[in-house]
Design a protein around this ligand. Structure first.
Ligand code: CP
Ligand code: NVA
Length: 303
């Protein structure tokens, strides 16, 4: 039996595969079906495990699977035996006998890896504390809809070097664009991740000042200062305040630069209302593209 096609992180797939997924996503968004079958996942079932809250991921995966002809089962830690200590490995073995693909949102990335190691069906990363690859696939798709091919372009990240930033680093290397991250000292991305990007020949730099990162950028991205599970909110608010994306910061970006944010957003914290609700914001297209990008991911995982 062939190994399942897991979608665990952008760095674990090659550029051709990632591009293939985005091409499928774009075709499905246009209403074309790449293989001529309007319901290619008819009879297939997706199980989704949520150990953290979600609006977009939950709804876009459920609607996407239905649009492809399939079914969805939604599980949480509290309504399954996972919450009473059944192992992730045993859960993976059992779910693999019932469903065709599993998505998990969890805090510890080791739980994702354990699920993938023991499942005999594809596993999709719906966010961990380490990364959020489905989000950044949708983000790359959104950038390209607004600004054309992302290769060789400049993306600036201003704020917390969190899970979403990590997937942007993976994407910068695989899709060959420049990524400049501005983060305060304690909240930068993991040094090992920056070393990986360098070793892979990526153009990823970490700077201290938001203005430096954003200068001439084609896209400015940020995310919440306090991610799910973070407990040091007061420190984060104090140290991340200089990284807020406001109109003055956006004015330093290239003409036509877009603003992106994975949502949910906190207006007046990481971004001002004038920017997120302004003419350069692509956040609603970005949220919509979660649906299309994940349909591409599901179609690829299930062959
Ligand atoms: N951006 C994102 O993943 O949103 P949810 O937490 O609502 O799924
Ligand atoms: N960084 C955020 C993303 C939410 C979609 C978090 O992990 O809470």
């Amino acid at each position: 039996m062939d190994a399942p096609r897991h979608f665990l992180d952008i760095d674990r797939l090659d550029e051709a595969t990632l591009r293939h997924i985005l091409d499928w996503a774009a075709a499905l968004k246009r209403g074309d079906s790449p293989d001529g079958d309007a319901r290619p996942l008819a009879g297939r079932t997706l199980a989704m495990i949520f150990e953290k809250p979600s609006t977009r991921t939950r709804v876009s995966f459920e609607v996407g699977m239905q649009q492809l002809g399939g079914h969805v089962v939604v599980l949480s830690e509290t309504n399954t035996q996972l919450g009473r200590g059944e192992t992730v490995a045993d859960t993976a073995r059992v779910l693999s006998r019932y469903v065709d693909v599993i998505m998990i949102r969890t805090d510890d990335p080791e739980r994702l890896d354990e699920l993938a190691a023991h499942a005999t069906v594809p596993v999709i990363n719906g966010l961990t504390d380490r990364s959020h690859p489905c989000q950044v696939m949708a983000d790359v798709m959104t950038f390209e809809e607004h600004r054309g091919p992302i290769a060789g372009r400049v993306v600036a990240w201003s704020g917390d070097g969190n899970n979403v930033a990590a997937s942007w680093i993976h994407a910068a290397v695989r899709f060959r664009f420049t990524l400049r991250l501005a983060c305060p000292e304690p909240f930068g991305p993991p040094p090992a991740l920056l070393d990986w990007a360098k070793a892979e020949g990526g153009d990823v730099t970490l700077v201290r000042h938001a203005a430096e990162a954003v200068a001439g950028a084609d896209c400015v991205v940020t995310d919440v200062w306090v991610s799910m599970g973070n407990e040091d909110a007061e420190t984060r608010h104090r140290l991340l305040a200089p990284y807020r994306v406001d109109e003055a910061l956006m004015a330093r970006a290239a003409d036509g630069a877009v603003f992106m944010h994975c949502l949910p957003a906190h207006r007046g914290e990481e971004v001002t209302g004038a920017v997120i609700d302004g003419p350069r914001s692509a956040v609603w297209d970005e949220a919509e593209n979660r649906l299309h990008a994940q349909k591409g991911i599901l179609a690829w995982c299930l062959g």
